[in-house]
Ligand binder design. Structure first.
Ligand code: NAD
Length: 391
């Protein structure tokens, strides 16, 4: 485990609790006291302040990266050179070019690679994506993914030299990959329109952004991110299709509400701002955020010798989309998503299309009126006339 911060802790909790056969064997942290304390807390046999030593430890067979974004490259290159399986947290890289190079590095050496995008694995998301794949919502026209909170918990996130950007690269990457899972990974992201601004925090990156990603099918994936949103972590997804709609709330409004006049006396949940009053705790954070299902897929795939649902290829596509977002935020124009490698397949993706009613008409809609009549609205294919029928 590389990194003893927030994500290193969540990953370790999940790994130790999950399949019953996985253990963190060696923890790397910059400071010896942190490494030692982490090792003691989680029962980890070895710790070090030397990244290469932890990776090259003969007992290490999977390298899990939970380090600041600008250190992912070094860690991945060391793991690939050592021939070790490598699982990297989000974002894969600082930009699309670096992400592509890292994909090529792991593919050249043939090591197993996984992109740790936990929010694609939440129990709700997995079930919702399955419903979408089975056609429950018809053709997908629009997705919306939102991650907004009061800002990250460590200095390096706020320094774009170490993080690669602001709220887009930090949490937009989650929203983009959630949208991609709903759109279907063979559906090519074509272009992006993005607004980003620095409204509140004294940083040289964006603290708020909204983006629209246009896919080959014609559908639009919208994301909304903020580092200045007050009241905790707002994590929500919506999907609209020609035959249905779904909405997911992952945090803050999940059905558990608690009022306390005296306080909880402990950690309540990630990015929770208040300690008293109405609280919205999350029952099982590790599970609700998808860490368990993610590691299960990663390690079962490793054991079975197959690719996991989220690989470095997915991380590279996400980085390429974010690059287009940054270009669009500057140019105020739609910007093309540059994907020198595209593996969505050569089959054209079905475009969202009109619905036939009969051989002469296209279908617009039907509605039951308050007086009990049912109206049907159709378009004559030859004349183009729009007609209303009472049925
Ligand atoms: N849900 C998620 O998938 C999720 C959530 C949070 C963070 N992350 C990602 O995990 C990574 C780490 O984030 P975090 O929240 O754990 O951050 P953190 O600040 O809590 O922890 C970072 C760790 O890296 C170490 N570190 C910092 N600077 C270093 C340096 N120069 N050299 C060596 N070690 C250094 C810190 O000591 C700490 O152990 C980031 O890439 C972040 O985007 C993912």
């Amino acid at each position: 485990m590389l990194g003893s911060g927030l994500i290193g802790m969540f990953y370790t909790m999940s790994l130790h609790q999950q399949r019953g056969k996985d253990r963190v064997h060696h923890i790397y942290s910059r400071r010896e006291d942190r490494a030692k304390a982490f090792a003691e807390k989680w029962g980890i046999p070895r710790y070090s302040t030397d990244m290469a030593e932890a990776i090259n430890d003969p007992e290490t067979d999977v390298v899990v990266i939970g380090l600041p974004n600008n250190l992912h490259r070094q860690a991945i290159e060391l793991a690939a050179a050592a021939g070790k399986a490598v699982l990297c947290t989000k974002p894969l890289a600082m930009n699309g070019t670096e992400a592509l190079e890292l994909l090529q590095t792991v593919e050249k050496t043939g090591v197993f690679h996984g992109y740790l995008e936990d929010l694609a694995y939440t129990p709700k998301t997995l079930k919702a994506v399955d419903a979408v794949r089975k056609g429950a919502l018809g053709q997908i026209t629009w997705t919306r993914s939102r991650e907004a909170h009061p800002g990250p918990h460590s200095d390096w996130f706020w320094d774009s030299k170490q993080s690669g950007g602001g709220a887009i690269i930090d949490v937009g990457c989650h929203c983009i990959e959630i949208g991609r899972n709903f759109m279907g990974k063979n559906n090519r992201p074509l272009e992006v329109m993005c607004w980003a601004d620095t409204l509140v925090k004294p940083i040289d990156a964006e603290d708020n952004a909204i983006g629209l990603i246009k896919y080959e099918s014609g559908a639009i994936a919208q994301f909304e991110v903020s580092w200045t949103y007050r009241g905790g972590m707002d994590l929500r997804d919506e999907v609209a299709g020609t035959e249905g709609t779904l909405r997911i709330d992952h945090f803050t409004h999940t059905g558990y509400e608690l009022f306390t006049a005296v306080g909880m006396g402990d950690y309540v949940g990630e990015k929770v701002e208040s300690e008293k009053g109405w609280m919205f705790p999350v029952g099982d954070e590790v599970n609700a955020l998808g860490y368990n299902h993610m590691f299960e897929d990663m390690l079962e795939s490793l054991d079975a010798g197959k690719q996991p649902m989220e690989s470095f290829y997915d991380g590279y596509v996400v980085n390429a989309i974010m690059d287009a977002c940054y270009r669009s935020a500057k140019s105020h124009q739609w910007e093309k998503v540059e994907l020198p490698i595209w593996r969505g397949g050569d089959e054209p993706v079905a475009k969202i299309g009109f619905k036939e009613y009969d051989e002469n008409h296209l279908y617009l809609k039907e509605e039951k009126m308050p007086d009990g009549r049912k109206k049907l609205i159709l378009k004559n294919k030859t004349s183009g006339e729009i007609v209303e029928k009472i049925v």
